[in-house]
Write a protein that binds this ligand. Structure first.
Ligand SMILES: [Zn+2]
Length: 192
């Protein structure tokens, strides 16, 4: 699937589920970083639709006992990639989605200001599907084309920008695979 980011800073191929959980980026602040997260609600159960309801402010926290601590939480990534690799977008890339919380990257705090948040449907204790890696790699490449301030080494986990506080996407996320594929596909782009 060839992905395309349009003039509204949205991915043409993603389902659009607008979230109210965003605001403007600070002036002159453009995406420089991609932050990978994982989510499943309840933890480890897939295809429930509950993460999407959380991100759009429509989750009834009485749905499941484990949702009690989500009451009043106002969060959203820009994009979620489900287990089949399908993409859903909640916030346009030029806006500041509320996904990272207290965080810092290369000495800069407040990563929401300058990052794009990508949630993989998953759990810290589990691995990810080939389809998810394929979609994530295509997404990152398109983001790098649309926002040239993002470099290939500026793709990190939530765990890297909020160490000790966040563990996602977890030890089963295959960083070497992501980085190798990114470099391989980017060098194919650059070849004459
Ligand atoms: Zn996270």
């Amino acid at each position: 699937m060839q992905l395309q980011i349009n003039a509204e800073h949205r991915l043409d191929q993603a389902l659009w589920h607008p979230s109210p959980h965003f605001d403007a980026r600070p002036k002159e602040c453009w995406p420089e970083l991609v932050v990978v997260h994982c989510v499943s609600l309840p933890e480890g159960e897939y295809g429930t639709g509950a993460p999407q309801r959380l991100f759009t402010g429509q989750l009834d926290c009485r749905e499941h006992s484990s949702f009690a601590d989500l009451e009043g939480l106002r969060v959203a990534p820009h994009i979620m990639i489900d287990r089949r690799g399908q993409l859903e977008q909640f916030v346009a890339f030029n806006h500041r989605a509320w996904h990272a919380g207290i965080s810092s990257w290369r000495g800069r705090s407040g990563c929401n200001d300058f990052s794009i948040g990508v949630e993989l449907e998953g759990a810290v204790a589990e691995g990810y599907t080939d389809s998810q890696y394929r979609s994530l790699i295509q997404l990152v490449i398109q983001l790098m084309i649309a926002y040239p301030q993002i470099s290939a080494d500026a793709v990190v986990g939530h765990c890297h920008i909020a160490p000790g506080r966040k563990a996602d996407p977890g030890p089963h996320f295959n960083w070497p695979h992501l980085m190798l594929e990114l470099h391989r596909q980017l060098s194919a782009f650059a070849a004459p």
